[in-house]
Design a protein around this ligand. Sequence first.
Ligand code: GLC
Ligand code: CA
Length: 580
Amino acid sequence: MPRTPPGGRERPPAAADWYKDAVIYEVPVRAFRDSNGDGIGDFLGLIEKLDYLVDLGVTALWLLPFFPSPGRDDGYDTADYTGVHPDFGTLDDVRAFLAEAHRRGIRVIGELVLNHTSDQHPWFQRARHAPPGSPWREYYVWSDTPDLYADARIIFTDTETSNWAWDPVAGAYYWHRFFSHQPDLNFENPRVREEMLAIVDHWLDLGLDGLRLDAVPYLYEEDGTSCENLGATHAFLRELRRHVDERYGDRLLLAEANQWPEDAVAYFGAGRGDECHMAFHFPLMPRLFMALRMEDRFPIVDILEQTPPIPETAQWAIFLRNHDELTLEMVTDEERDYMYRAYASDPAARINVGIRRRLAPLVGTRGRLELLYGLLLSLPGTPVLYYGDEIGMGDNYFLADRNGVRTPMQWGPDRNAGFSEASGERLYLPLITDPVYHFEAVNVAVQEADPGSLLWWMKRAIGLRRRHPSLARGTFAVVPTPNRHVIAYRREHRSETILVVANLSRYAQWCELDLAGDAGRGVAELFSGETFPWITDAPYGLTLGPHSFLWLRLETIAARTGGQAVVGPARRPARRARRR
Ligand code: GLC
Ligand code: CA
């Protein structure tokens, strides 16, 4: 029986769009901080580190799955949707964590693994023993032959050869889009849909501010189709959105739909904005890396041009890296070959259709890191940062699956990098100890002590992003310049205009921008507050160092005398980053 939503049946006011101004930090509980010395990160450890996250400037956390699970897909193989894996703590620990996060103004987004469960989930154990056709059996997708839905691609190409697996207990094949130990739920079964809504209520009642909808394109199947993005899947998402809006108002639904832009926008509820508030922009991500290596803006500009407009309430989630491989599904065959050659010449660094490396080892230099972050924090969308990438952590692609990018957070140079008091052998994964990225050199404590570190630079960049709403909410328009090594665009929101100019090349570049429409406006650089020459009818010329970028605020015209603009000194940013 559905409960009466708080506040009665009528729709609450439109969901507050807090997610548009958010800076999201993706964090696996097990990787951040171990509070009880068993070698595994936990909720109490995460609480210890909340002040670090506040100081970094992030405003929302996205927690990877923390539910009971056999852990064969890092928790995306759910055995119980409403519990907490004992390694990570208890439900009370989650409550305490939420209270502490909220007290600091930090929102928390959890995972909703809709598409599949673990084969250890009681639903699957019950299903395989239940008579065919019964509602219990029909929690999953069964078939007598492995020939149905033959047009659906295989996602984990390194481990799976079919989307069907034989279950000797049931005497039938079951459908799985991911690992064969992850049977897909059957969304045709109304009980499955009800179960999902009850799970949503469980976590939103507890206080989660949003849910990432894992693997959302694959909920329904239909023969003769790719079994992705089907109308029935979108219909369920509309039902889910209505449910969440009616009961909770301002909670976020974030779609993980690894799709081309025209298919991805459908997850916002094309035109209507009645499905997810946010969706990851998967095709943009590899093109940021391509543009960097090609030293050419084309891949970025091209994919943004191909991206349809999105509803007023919607926002892209944009990212450079995450806990998965750097996926190369949303590129052409030629682009994929290029990416492998450029970024994963060692075949061991490749997995499935992608590259299992972290950001810093992928791009190498500090300049390129700052350039990519300069784009990420200023392109349209809410940035999602991956834990450890703010200090340029390394990886270890000799670890199984994608574990090489999931190693313990590096807090300091001492025992276990300050992650755990356990003996080193007990850690859930080994620390990074290669000579370049060794935790003794790459860690929070060392970078806190050095105002020139990447960590301090990140705090300043995030702080600026948060103080300039046009970077979060502004319109986006490419500013033409003949130099293809340079990408320039403007973001505008209310009276604020910010011009971003970035040099993708490893050499210094000169560029000229046509800004005649802004003639008379002053220009101030955001990091320094320095005043640049004001804009005239002539092309606006800029010199950019290798891999450098500028965030420039266009000032309003203060006064005009005899056709000459007089511009007051650019204001310094309200508050410079604190130095310790
Ligand atoms: C999503 C997750 C990934 C997981 C997969 C299957 O793509 O990001 O880590 O392996 O779903 O659950
Ligand atoms: Ca622990």
